[in-house]
Design a protein around this ligand. Structure first.
Ligand code: ADP
Length: 169
């Protein structure tokens, strides 16, 4: 299992993988954070394609081409806005990982990169988010042959250190 999960610190838009996951908002029309960076790097054609998708529910995932990105596909998932923890946030975030990995499998992706969904503008607590990300990804990889590998891409030192400690233990 260990060799199928890796961790790096960096910018997900530069990843040379079959698919990157985007922490989008429910309109899929672009926003700040990683979503803004992905739209900027993929080009204006991405917003045009996303407009045709008719939005996305929290916890679900929809796929577009990567356009100008090195990645072939972008899997857009919508994380929950953190509202204190008793609004089903943990289960909704788990759903984001399950739906995204399932989309990667359906699109025959061998390599996938995933950012720290929900931990920016949506304020999901970082350690809990990392625990959910790792548990759900391990579970999915245990019962599926694709994707072959998942790389968690952390933008901040704080998230990188949280993931490193959890993956080491
Ligand atoms: P959300 O609305 O789901 O919280 P954000 O984009 O605000 O989404 O934040 C999600 C995570 O993405 C944050 O941890 C943020 O630091 C990280 N992030 C921002 N830009 C990038 C990038 N270019 N590559 C990878 N991660 C990024």
């Amino acid at each position: 299992m260990e060799e199928r999960i890796s961790l790096i610190k960096g910018d997900i838009t530069t990843m040379q993988v079959d698919a990157i996951v985007n922490a989008a908002n429910s309109s899929l029309l672009g926003g700040g954070g990683v979503d803004g960076a992905i739209h900027k790097a993929a080009g204006p054609g991405l917003a045009e394609i996303c407009r045709l998708l008719g939005g996305c529910e929290t916890g679900e995932a929809k796929v577009t081409p990567g356009l100008h990105l090195p990645a072939k596909y972008i899997i857009h998932t919508v994380g929950p806005v953190w509202k204190g923890g008793d609004k089903g946030e943990a289960e909704l975030l788990a759903n984001c990982y399950r739906s995204s990995l399932n989309q990667a499998k359906q699109h025959d992706c061998k390599t996938v990169a995933i950012p720290n969904i929900g931990t920016g503008i949506y304020r999901f607590p970082k350690k809990l988010a990392a625990e959910i990300a790792i548990i759900e990804t391990k579970k999915f990889l245990e019962s599926n042959n694709l994707p072959l590998t998942v790389t968690f891409v952390c933008f901040s030192d704080e998230n990188f250190n949280i993931y490193r400690d959890l993956l080491d233990s």
